[in-house]
Ligand binder design. Structure first.
Ligand code: KG4
Ligand code: ZN
Length: 345
């Protein structure tokens, strides 16, 4: 059943100031947030990482079951923290693509039930649009066009952002994502899942020049390839055996990934004449990447915008921010909103 568009009254621009309840369950974090325009009033995240750690990665069936258990308490906590009653919510937003279908369907079912009960608009959000607009929390007056580097566990993309809802993928990974490269490298070094944070911590005491690793594609491309890095790490671990310095290997891996990301992002800005770059997604929490990219942007005269680290990894506030922009344009979805695994829509 498709929903009727609800008439909220007031001018379109006022829609940007309405309280939105946002839900994110695309992978292994159950999250709910209350967002009013570009203000994040609450952002509650119940992480399943501890549970998945024993399997070395996310088990889809277990993720969906854990979302079922956490979703209602997380929503309640997000409303309590924001000091907003459920009856004051004027729209419900939810990640409906891409992601694990079983996991997505928990958030989407909850969002549909709430939107129906409250008689407010339901807004389905693409997870990557959420990451992309997470910078609204620190820069509400985001200008266009700008370039965005999305780096997460599942995605590594350079996107040209011509306006809200106007996105062009200009560069992408041809195999593994940057977060995957961190996670797979960490696993080879015997570190726990997810490995990005663990690599960052070990790299502090390591020599990043000790083990030269491949940068993937050569030439003036703005695409990425990280699968050769994983193979090189495997060979390094096998050839060094007990002599391997884990901290030097972690530092070398981090420096290689960061070097490639910085080089391609700056090149993309130069090729497109962008004066602003945004850095988003779980890997954007990496301190070395934030530092190196800031230095490179300063040298190139580019403004860098990065969300706070707790808004880099998956969270519902970014979904609410993206929904604010859609609500401001009068967009909403019907109750036939689907959960879609694939990125290509
Ligand atoms: O955006 P995200 O939470 O989930 C996806 O949409 O994929 O990103 C998770 C990824 C994982 O690969 C994790 O290892 C990586 O982000 N990550 C980091 C750091 N924190 C999380 N990678 C490097 N350094 C970090 N501090
Ligand atoms: Zn994500």
């Amino acid at each position: 059943m498709a929903s009727r568009p609800y008439r909220l009254g007031g001018k379109l621009s006022n829609f940007f100031e309405l309280p939105i309840l946002a839900i994110e369950t695309s992978c292994d974090e159950t999250s709910a947030a209350v967002v009013v325009g570009t203000q994040v009033r609450s952002n509650i995240v119940a992480s399943q990482i501890e549970m998945h750690r024993k399997w070395g990665g996310v088990v889809p069936e277990a993720a969906a079951r854990a979302h079922v258990e956490s979703i209602l308490p997380v929503i309640e906590e997000s409303l309590e923290y924001a000091k907003i009653a459920l009856g004051e919510i004027r729209a419900v937003a939810v990640t409906n693509r891409p992601g694990l279908v079983g996991a997505l369907s928990v958030g989407v079912s909850a969002a549909k039930a709430l939107a129906f009960d409250l008689r407010v608009p339901l807004i389905g959000i693409h997870h990557l649009e959420g990451h992309l607009l997470s910078v609204l929390a620190v820069n509400p007056k985001l200008t266009f066009p700008h370039t965005c580097l999305i780096v997460s566990g599942g995605h590594t993309e350079l996107v040209q952002v011509d306006g809200f809802g106007k996105y062009r993928i200009i560069g992408h990974t041809r195999d593994d994502a940057a977060g995957e490269a961190f996670d797979k490298g960490a696993r080879l070094l015997g570190l726990a899942y997810p490995g990005g944070r663990a690599i960052q911590e070990l790299a502090v005491d390591g020599d990043p020049t000790r083990y030269p690793l491949p940068k993937g594609l050569s030439g003036d491309t703005i695409d990425f390839s990280f699968s050769g890095l994983k193979t090189a790490m495997l060979r390094l671990v096998q050839s060094e055996g007990k002599n391997l310095s884990v901290s030097d290997a972690a530092a070398s891996l981090q420096a290689t990934i960061v070097g490639v990301l910085v080089e391609r992002a700056i090149r993309a800005c130069e090729q497109l004449g962008s004066e602003t770059l945004t850095l988003v997604g779980g890997v954007a929490a990496n301190i070395a990447l934030r530092k190196r990219l800031l230095e490179a942007c300063r040298q190139a005269g580019i403004q860098l915008i990065v969300p706070p680290t707790d808004m880099c990894t998956d969270n519902a506030a970014m979904i609410g921010l993206a929904a604010s922009t859609r609500l401001a344009r009068g967009e909403q979805d019907g109750y036939d909103l689907d959960c879609i695994a694939s990125i290509d829509i």
